[in-house]
Design a protein around this ligand. Structure first.
Ligand code: F6R
Length: 615
């Protein structure tokens, strides 16, 4: 959701803030703002904020400039209040002393606003955030002995909801105070400065040694250092770790869009995700295991919880876990799982899949599972993320930073990591012989090379995209492991092209969706070799009979498919369960090329944000 950056140190803060915001803009981009503390004789808060992308704000600031060595910056993904200048962050208290930036939602903002209004405070935005800064300023006004940190500690217990917050106060011009609850915030030190950000990407250019603030902690940043306390003011420590991403990975490196770069990074990302997955004896290992291997042996049910693209990766994994490990698997959307009464036991393994490791619903689903004594394995791309810290075991996807809002390399690496987990479970339960596990792993190790081959279809897909982009919708159909890929292909297309796109189980078409087919309407069919190929061919015939134009994704050497489909993109032959890692690639390329043809904002599509830290 919103991007947050803070800096206090020897340099001009504005430059650092704008550069930091540029790396975080993918989190939210309907408005942007900064506050820089003018550290002259009578310190003042200089606030500038603008609706629209960061470029609008930075364009204005390039002529104006703001001097000062402490400041905060924010890119917004609106929740309360329209995306306009007034509702953009930072928000300043009505006495002009304190400014805040916020990611998350203050759920009890309405009664707090009523209370503050009754006490004579005036509001200048429709946001939930503004109550926080008024409360902090009011706490200081009521008790002038309180410093900013003490006032924040007093106010936080009054807030309901999820948030990360950062404050500056003109009376303490070198100080930033930050706190969090269920929303990410990372701290770092570099060359006599202290920094904070909502995301590691915002700190990478400065340092790889980061400290993730934990729920209920308060950090005080000055140029001399960072101190962390709990809400009572007792010394505390966040979660310290070293980030192994490099800065170049978060740059476009000559590609016109991050999404295209990230699609092309999939061979490397998959290779990395598979690195060192076995010990010297060839036994599979997880990254962080806080569970006894005996507990894995005892697992009798797996429940996968995730959202969006990660949910589709979970759907793919169901086939592998059931087939290899022989354990029944349920896959559920995290926002649904968290509000029902699932029947879980200590032998249920809940697998929470989230590239960011910060998705509010997935975190809540994991917590819900742990409350019922189930064990949680996290599959995530972000070391030190909230999900990784909460889980009983972690499998990292090692895809490197993904900046494009549409998940691509994190999706394929999630499937790979989940397949490794499937083999791990099979190994623990002795459902497969060690040499069978090794064979499957060896097949997976061939995937990077095969993805390279699939990427060669880009020109063919780009040509088709020109034609498909002229139609109002695209349907995607698949069966078995092709079904989640049909859903994922449709999700990719709708989110970045804004075209209506829907994925269906091919066998369901005749039960309703086939009514949507119009002459010339495009249908993409996942038709690789396997036990359902002949079935999908029949489904292709059904839509062709109603005038659809069919693009089939098929296995190399399947020349017969050309008799059924209008266009064919081939992928190399692999084990049936591994096809999704190849077949999704042409669909990512198709969505990308169609979005470019329609002149969409590929990396920052409307209404979306990369990390969904609110419910
Ligand atoms: C779509 C996409 C989203 C995310 C979803 C969950 O391209 O990326 O659907 O998959 O918001 O995010 P994570 O994986 O961070 O939990």
């Amino acid at each position: 959701m919103c991007g947050i950056i803070g800096y206090t140190g020897p340099a001009q803060a504005l430059d650092v803030l704008l550069a930091g915001l540029a790396t975080l803009e993918y989190r939210g981009y309907d408005s942007a703002g900064v506050v820089v503390v003018d550290d002259a004789q009578a310190p003042a808060l200089q606030v500038r904020k603008r609706q629209g992308k960061l470029s609008v704000l930075s364009g204005e600031l390039s002529t104006e400039g703001l001097t000062g060595r402490t400041g905060l910056g924010h890119t917004r993904w609106a929740t309360h209040g329209a995306p306009n200048d007034r509702n953009a962050h930072p928000h300043v208290s009505d006495d002009g002393a304190v400014a805040v930036i916020h990611n998350g939602i203050i759920e009890n903002h309405a009664p707090l606003r009523a209370e503050l209004t009754a006490a004579g405070h005036s509001f200048s935005s429709e946001t939930d955030t503004e109550v926080v800064v008024q409360l902090v300023a009011a706490a200081r006004a009521a008790d002038p002995s309180l410093d900013l940190a003490a006032a924040v500690r007093l106010v936080v217990p009054r807030l309901e909801g999820a948030f990360s917050l950062a404050f500056v106060d003109r009376r303490e011009p070198e100080v930033i105070v930050a706190t969090r609850r269920e929303a990410p915030l990372v701290l770092g030190r570099s060359q006599g400065s202290s920094l904070l950000a909502s995301d590691i990407a915002g700190l990478l250019v400065h340092t790889r040694e980061v400290e993730a603030l934990l729920d209920g902690q308060v950090a005080v940043l000055t140029p001399r250092g960072v101190t962390v306390t709990d809400l009572d003011g007792a010394p505390a420590q966040g979660h310290r770790f070293t980030v192994d991403w490099d800065v170049a990975a978060a740059e476009k490196q000559g590609y016109e869009h991050f999404m295209r770069k990230e699609i092309h990074e999939q061979p490397t990302a998959v290779r990395e995700t598979l690195l060192a997955r076995t010990d010297a004896e060839g036994v599979l290992i997880l990254d962080e295991l806080r569970l006894d291997p005996a507990e894995f042996r005892a697992v009798d049910t797996v429940v996968i919880v995730a959202c969006g693209t990660s949910f589709h990766a979970g759907m793919v994994a169901k086939y592998a876990i059931e087939h290899w490990a022989g354990i029944p698997v349920e896959v559920e959307i995290a926002s649904e799982f968290r509000y029902r009464d699932p029947i879980l036991s200590p032998h249920t393994l809940v697998v929470a899949v989230s590239q960011s490791g910060e998705t509010a619903d997935t975190l809540a689903a994991a917590a819900h599972a742990q409350e019922q004594r189930a064990k949680v394995v996290a599959v995530t791309n972000v070391v030190g993320s909230s999900l990784a810290r909460r889980a009983d075991a972690v499998l990292y996807t090692r895809a490197g930073p993904e900046i494009g809002v549409a998940g691509t390399k994190t999706f394929t690496t999630q499937i790979v990591a989940l397949d490794v987990l499937a083999l791990y479970l099979a190994q623990s339960r002795r459902a497969l012989f060690p040499d069978e596990c090794a064979d499957h792993l060896a097949r997976m190790e061939a995937l990077p090379e095969l993805i390279e081959q699939v990427l060669q279809c880009e020109p063919q897909v780009a040509e088709l995209a020109q034609v498909f982009a002229r139609s109002g919708y695209v349907m995607f159909v698949g069966r078995h492991v092709g079904l989640p890929i049909a859903l994922e292909g449709a999700l990719k297309l709708k989110e970045i092209s804004y075209l209506h796109a829907e994925g269906f189980a091919a066998g369901e078409m005749k039960h309703g969706p086939i009514a949507l087919i119009e002459p010339g309407g495009p249908v993409v069919a996942l038709a690789t070799r396997g036990h359902v190929r002949s079935k999908i061919v029949s489904n292709i015939a059904e839509v062709k009979a109603r005038g659809a134009v069919v693009l089939a994704i098929a296995t190399e050497g399947d020349t017969e498919i050309k008799e059924h489909a209008d266009h064919v993109v081939y992928v190399p032959e692999v084990h049936e369960l591994l096809y999704p890692i190849l077949t999704v690639v042409p669909l990512q390329l198709l969505a990308y090329a169609m979005a470019v043809a329609l002149d969409r904002d590929v990396d920052q599509p409307r209404n979306l944000a990369k990390t969904v830290t609110v419910e």
